[in-house]
Design a protein around this ligand. Sequence first.
Ligand SMILES: Nc1nc2c(ncn2[C@@H]2O[C@H](COP(=O)(O)OP(=O)(O)OP(=O)(O)O)[C@@H](O)[C@H]2O)c(=O)[nH]1
Ligand SMILES: [Mg+2]
Length: 471
Amino acid sequence: MSHPVFVVTGAPNKGKSTFIKAMTNDESVVVREQARTTTSAKPYPFKIERAIGGKIDWETCFTLWDTPGFENAAEMHEILTEWGIRESDHPIELIRKFLETYAGHSDFVYELEIFKPIAGYACIIYVADCSKPFRKSEYLWEMELIKFTRLPRIAVLNPVDGDRHLESWRSGLTDYFNNIKVFNPHETTFDEKLRILGAFSHLTDEWEEPLNKVIGALKMQREKVLEECARIIRKTILQIFDREFSVRYDGIRDEEEHRVELVSQVREFVHKTMDDTQREITHRFGLQIDVAFDREFDDNDLFDTTVRRKNLSVHQRALINVMVGGGIGAAVDVAAGGLTFGLFTTALGVGGGLAAYFKEISPMDLVKIGSYDPDEERIQIDSLSPELGLLVINRLRQVVAVLYNRTAANTETVVIRKDLDLADLQNLGSLLKKMAVSRKDRYSEKNKQKLLDYIHEKLKEDRTVVKVEAT
Ligand SMILES: Nc1nc2c(ncn2[C@@H]2O[C@H](COP(=O)(O)OP(=O)(O)OP(=O)(O)O)[C@@H](O)[C@H]2O)c(=O)[nH]1
Ligand SMILES: [Mg+2]
């Protein structure tokens, strides 16, 4: 069955291959800083999983052809003009004649590659970089050649380094393209990609239906991925709460040192589990992007036992207390005031009144450690703080929100350092507390479902955040 075919063209080094990488998430598309990276035409089919008659199959939805940049458009234009392409009723026939006549000709190495797939009646996508000035003389002949084909075509403006020259590009292109879209493959969102596919669907009647089907299928696929991610995050939390931690008394170190070792066991386990989960989530999105958690941030926030023991900061105590249900009112105040965790600290510094308000709150540790009994061989952690569950949800929510909109075109490491979300505490605090402490509560179907619904809802809300503060 035939499917939509597009040929991506443009001058060298304008982000043609990057555009294809973003649209298809195909890691094999080669993108490099230097010009002339792509030297021959290559098709990249975009496939989607479909269940046909109970069998899972991969169906090609559309194909994007990568091509080299134009090099000798002026001369090709001259030849085709002499052949009367402007007046011809069959311009593609003349282009085929050109391909035959000049096959192997060293003057037209790149033009031959560009027009090979075009001669099969594809739509043309012209990629230009609107952070560079529009100089008509530089791009005139290639745009004229594209116009000669009289095939459906669209221009995609890529703001590689900002969109300073967007307006001059827009007006310069109007003689050649009815359809001009701005698309930044590095900073795109999932919705933006769908918007571009929507624009492609309007190029010809013939491809409207198949492309609309692709858009629908992609939306459904994303919904499925989000649901899977919610399950993965819930599984991670249960895994952490389930884990048993203990250390053997060595008779040399004091109680404090044993406790520190216990907490460091928790830290290592939580870090490793989050890393594994993040990899699982990236895989679900079909990507291979590194996600790094800001360890220093996590450690200061949650695992610094010296700070905790000697001088647990007031806001940390308040936060922990709120988590266990004692200070829900405080959480509501803080959340309603729109204060983030960080600002909250500042507010405490400035307003002595608030600090006094929290003075009565007793400190509670991240981990509830069993009592110190020298007759016992081991000391263990009785239960983890629900705060840990919240940390895991918050960090992994960030991972999902970033990956939801990321494409294979942007391989920069994602650094997650998002603060705890105080607004979450009132919703989740008591549930997480129950689940952290008792295995029965952890595996109650009702609680599990509540936790899953909460995470899933959050993931759905997060995706509309266009730019996630990830670095
Ligand atoms: N920051 C940023 N860089 C981009 C963007 N699009 C492309 N680039 C970079 O621009 C360079 C060239 O990108 P390519 O996609 O290889 O360009 P091309 O048009 O295929 O180049 P040739 O194949 O050589 O003609 C690469 O270093 C890309 O990472 C963008 O939207 N933002
Ligand atoms: Mg290229």
